[in-house]
Ligand binder design. Structure first.
Ligand code: ZN
Length: 160
């Protein structure tokens, strides 16, 4: 497959996830809310991530809600899928790996290869924030010491 075809394939996945997200919704009880404005993209991105943990503190279900461009929404959907079944430390490690990848540092191994569709944003610095906002939000949710109720949103303005 040529590089052009790979790019097209990744583009298709992003459009498909944007149009038909699989993990849009709410998984109680841990919620975090994160808002960002990306002037370069022209979007205000607003993402809520919710996590349902099982009794061993594994992520039983992750969901997102929000508004943003196709990159932001596709990234959130892929992220929600990627963290299902992970422990909190494993998910935090994934956050770091993702943030590295969009800066051009490495890519994901086969078991998380779907996330590599976002690798292309490394070439478009103005879109990196679109791709990483949901991951910032996930990190905040993972690091929350106590579960929050639906109305207890924590809102952070993204700074990068
Ligand atoms: Zn965007």
């Amino acid at each position: 497959m040529t590089l052009g075809n790979v790019r097209n394939l990744y583009q298709q996945v992003i459009v498909e996830r944007y149009k038909k997200p699989r993990f849009r919704g709410v998984a109680e009880p841990v919620h975090r809310h994160h808002r960002g404005h990306n002037p370069s993209c022209g979007d205000t991105i607003e993402i809520t991530v919710s996590l349902k943990l099982d009794d061993q503190n594994r992520i039983e279900r992750a969901c997102f809600e929000g508004e943003g461009c196709s990159i932001a929404m596709a990234s959130a959907d892929l992220m929600a899928e990627a963290v299902q079944g992970l422990t909190i430390p494993e998910a935090l490690h994934l956050v770091e790996q993702f943030q590295g990848m969009v800066k051009g540092e490495g890519s994901f191994p086969p078991e998380q290869r779907k996330l590599n569709v976002m690798q292309g944003v490394a070439q478009y610095p103005v879109r990196i924030k679109c791709a990483t906002l949901c991951w910032h939000t996930l990190k905040a949710a993972l690091e929350a010491s106590t579960p929050l109720g639906v109305s207890d949103f924590v809102s952070n303005e993204a700074t990068d």
